[in-house]
Design a protein around this ligand. Structure first.
Ligand code: ATP
Ligand code: MG
Length: 285
């Protein structure tokens, strides 16, 4: 029971950190919004500038708070039960509750990490740590222990990496995060028995990674927005999918911190192709 009390204390700390992050993110954004409003007034073109900015509304804050509350509620509920019913719960029930606490806090920490990354990107202090490595190996490794959903959905996944890429400097953890998000999106938005094709290649001095799927695709009007805002495309086919819409915002921040580019194009005959490039050589990006 003592250890449970320690656990509760840890959870209280996580909660406090989350609230702190939100308060600072909120005020930071309010500050940026007022700066922006001044610029907008100067230009006399309020609609266009506000519309093209990342920070033109706080609509996403309640949604993110909700995303934080859900796992916290699970954790609190499970911890409450463990404390109140200590004498009546059997071993497997206790393990089940502790498992819920562990999964929810892992999800929570991931989300808090994402929010911090986005906050750093917005304030221009996000950095990558580059070291020499093989992009080819990284991609193959991730694919080799991919999502069990690929099997469940009977998705046909292929990698095309004919061209030998030389080793070059990049931040492996961060690039993994980009690739993981593109792959998990492709899996998420591709229906059963669809296919995903990963193509690795080079274009001049840039390595180029493409993740193409035969899923619902991205409407033209949403193509640019996805990378800039906390949005999820509103086509009915994917409206039921879970997620915060932070993944691509972070992916763009990471790729650009390397000096690369990321974009989405249509796949033929259907689906989406998410593409990113990373500079391979010499000069710093
Ligand atoms: N392969 C894809 N096919 C169709 N739509 C996509 C695809 N990848 C992303 N999208 C659209 O872009 C939106 C944003 O994707 P993003 O990865 O940023 O967020 P998410 O996957 O919803 O949440 P998170 O990655 O934070 O869990 C998705 O909700 C979806 O509408
Ligand atoms: Mg995603």
């Amino acid at each position: 029971v003592e250890s449970l009390e320690i656990l509760l204390l840890v959870l209280a700390i996580i909660e406090a950190v989350c609230i702190g992050v939100f308060v600072s993110l909120f005020f930071n954004r309010r500050k940026k919004i007022s700066e922006l409003e001044v610029k907008v007034a100067e230009l006399g073109n309020s609609k266009d500038l506000a519309g093209s900015s990342d920070i033109d509304d706080n609509k996403y804050i309640p949604m993110l708070v909700h995303e934080l509350r859900a796992p916290l509620s699970v954790i609190r509920g499970a911890a409450d039960l463990l404390l109140k019913e200590t004498s009546t719960l059997n071993k497997s029930q206790i393990e089940m509750l502790l498992g819920q606490i562990k999964n929810s806090s892992t999800g929570l920490l991931d989300l808090v990490g994402d929010i911090l990354d986005v906050a750093k990107m917005h304030s221009g202090i996000f950095e990558v740590k580059k070291a020499k490595g093989s992009l080819q190996r990284l991609v193959n490794e991730i694919v080799s222990y991919t999502d069990p959903l690929i099997r469940v959905k009977e998705i046909d996944l292929t990698i095309q990496d004919g061209e030998d890429l030389p080793e070059f400097e990049f931040d492996a953890e961060r690039v993994k995060q980009v690739f993981n998000n593109l792959l998990s999106n492709a899996v998420k938005f591709t229906p059963e028995k669809g296919s995903i094709q990963i193509v690795l290649g080079r274009e001049e001095n840039f390595a180029k990674v493409q993740v193409c799927d035969t899923g619902v695709g991205v409407p033209d009007k949403d193509k640019a927005k996805l990378f800039h805002k906390f949005v999820q495309a509103h086509n009915q086919a994917n409206s039921k999918q879970k997620g915060t819409g932070l993944g691509l915002v972070i992916a763009k921040g990471i790729v650009e911190a390397h000096g690369g580019k990321i974009w989405v194009q249509d796949n033929k005959p259907k689906g989406a192709c998410f593409v990113f490039t990373l500079p391979m050589g010499g000069a710093e990006g």
